[in-house]
Design a protein around this ligand. Sequence first.
Ligand SMILES: C[S@@+](CC[C@H](N)C(=O)[O-])C[C@H]1O[C@@H](n2cnc3c(N)ncnc32)[C@H](O)[C@@H]1O
Length: 315
Amino acid sequence: MSTLPQHPPEGTGPVRPSAAVARSARVLAAAGLGSARVEAELLAAYVLGVPRGRLALADDLSDDQLARLDDLTRRRAGREPLQHLTGRAGFRHLELLVGPGVFVPRPETELLAGWGVEQAQGRPDPLVVDLCSGSGAIALSVAQELPGARVIAVERSPAALAWLRRNAAERAAAGDRPIEVVEADVTAPDLLADLVGRVDVLLCNPPYVPDDVVVPPEVAGHDPAEAVFGGADGLAVIRPVVTRAAALLRPGGAFGVEHDDTHGAAVPALLAGHGWFTAVTEHRDLTGRPRFATASRRADGQHAPVGAAWQTDSP
Ligand SMILES: C[S@@+](CC[C@H](N)C(=O)[O-])C[C@H]1O[C@@H](n2cnc3c(N)ncnc32)[C@H](O)[C@@H]1O
């Protein structure tokens, strides 16, 4: 566990935000965190109750606030996710509630959510389904950005569902069209049986890390295993989801699924080989890694035996 520098001793009076940030950043850097300065600023801003951009103008930290910042800094140095400490995770235009029991949404998933919004735009009264919804990041973003969309979020974990329902209630209270939350296993062959052939856009960020991959301490210790690991090859949830997506989507409907960066060929191949999809496209994230695959449900209603080719789209 990291030791905080003895500066200043407790009870010596208010401390400038810049000094408190520097002190916290030193501890986080010593613990090996890559973005120590940014994280220290976010923690200090949280303690002071101001946006990070207003830190320079904020009041000095009281003894109590400094003690709180020290405690949060120690916990972050011990690899508790920053978002668990502040209780919120930014995702597109939302600040979602997160904590133990729910997957912390990642910036790379914002691309899939944005793609989904684009696909739904222009369709009359679009029906959008978010499988493996977790905190509701994708579903609630679509609902916020496309007020005309009917959005259904599907999740299995009781702990995640509690966070999802809290976020859904908060967004509905803020004026977004309420989403529908369904408790279900997305690998069930009869998933959402009443929606077969009716879904316009189906999005999914499933658990996809192969079981034997060693993940960072923040993930191993704090993201639920069922949100992260996708079986021996990482495709245990993706395979049945691809099959169910083909059934649920209307002809011409759009499907997007996030995947492990080692699956930039495997997931497009699954889609292309399935027979019910066309326009299979692989997308890279902002770091250039393969991140999500998309496809269109065949509009001609004909199952094609083989569709071997796909294209790559860079952000
Ligand atoms: C990688 S997280 C994604 C959460 C959220 N969509 C996001 O992008 O931040 C995967 C989620 O899928 C849920 N999950 C895993 N297996 C599932 C299954 N068979 N049926 C339904 N949900 C499942 C997990 O509980 C977790 O919330």
